[in-house]
Design a protein around this ligand. Structure first.
Ligand code: IPE
Ligand code: IPE
Ligand code: MG
Length: 239
């Protein structure tokens, strides 16, 4: 894979890794086997993104709403996440990846929470790629959380309501310090946002891919970047 055709590399790519269950069904496999294959694909895309020169990659791994799935699937997904963090931490660190988890941490099992904190600490000075994993993540919950934090500050007279700007609001989101995504990719053919980065995607280019996540390859990733490259972003200015 080469990036010689890419002239305009997005700084930040966000992905909704969707379709593991449908892919598995098509292969007569269990949903969890679909998730396992999906986690392998995620690993490949992290390396591809970092090689291409993407600086921030945000992967939607588990949503606030996904907690409502069958308990067997939920515990299987948590086990997979734990395995991923345990086996990949060192290698990610060597590749210069900084890991950050965004989402409602208090809902995560302790073993995973401890692992997340350990890997975040281990990789916090890495500069090649920032990998944001959205786990137990919901954008509305994130926005509410930011609003509560801001409301507390105004109540305690630490912040004037007039001073609540977009910049201040950004600083209270889980994604504080991370630029907005330039490109959002969703696999599986569904064309919706599913409570992902609602505030942050205001001017993001959207690319929907007609493949299930376990079938997604580094070449497909490159193709999405080429599609992005041919889009004209206007941010509200005249054409
Ligand atoms: C995405 O695949 C992974 C998670 C949401 C955890 P799905 O599990 O949503 O697969 P489909 O969409 O049901 O095929
Ligand atoms: C979004 O996919 C969440 C993740 C990919 C982790 P879902 O499969 O949960 O979303 P819907 O239900 O199709 O909107
Ligand atoms: Mg899905």
């Amino acid at each position: 894979m080469s990036n010689r055709h890419l002239t305009k590399i997005p700084h930040h790519v966000a992905i909704i890794m969707d379709g593991n269950g449908r892919w598995a069904r098509g292969q007569s496999l269990s949903r969890l086997e679909g998730h396992k294959k999906g986690s392998e694909v995620a690993r490949e895309i992290v390396t591809a993104a970092s090689r291409i020169g993407v600086e921030y990659l945000t992967l939607y791994a588990f949503s606030s709403e996904n907690w409502r799935r069958d308990p067997h699937e939920v515990s299987g997904l948590m086990a997979l996440l734990q395995h991923y963090l345990e086996t990949e931490a060192e290698e990610l660190h060597k590749e210069g990846v900084r890991l950050k988890v965004i989402g409602e941490r208090s809902l995560l099992p302790n073993t995973i929470l401890n692992l997340v904190e350990h890997v975040e600490e281990l990789t916090k000075r890495n500069k090649t790629l920032t990998l944001q994993m959205a786990i137990s993540y919901g954008s509305r919950a994130e926005i509410l959380h930011a609003t509560q934090e801001i409301a507390k500050k105004t109540r305690d007279h630490r912040l004037d309501p007039e001073d609540i700007t977009e910049k201040i609001f950004n600083e209270h989101l889980y994604t504080a310090g991370i630029p907005d995504p330039d490109l959002l990719i969703r696999t599986s053919g569904e064309q919706r946002i599913s409570n992902y980065l609602l505030w942050q995607v205001a001017y993001t280019e959207l690319v929907f891919v007609d493949k299930f996540w376990p079938e997604f390859t580094p070449e497909d990733f490159m193709e999405a970047l080429l599609t992005y490259q041919n889009r004209e972003r206007r941010f509200g200015t005249a054409a």
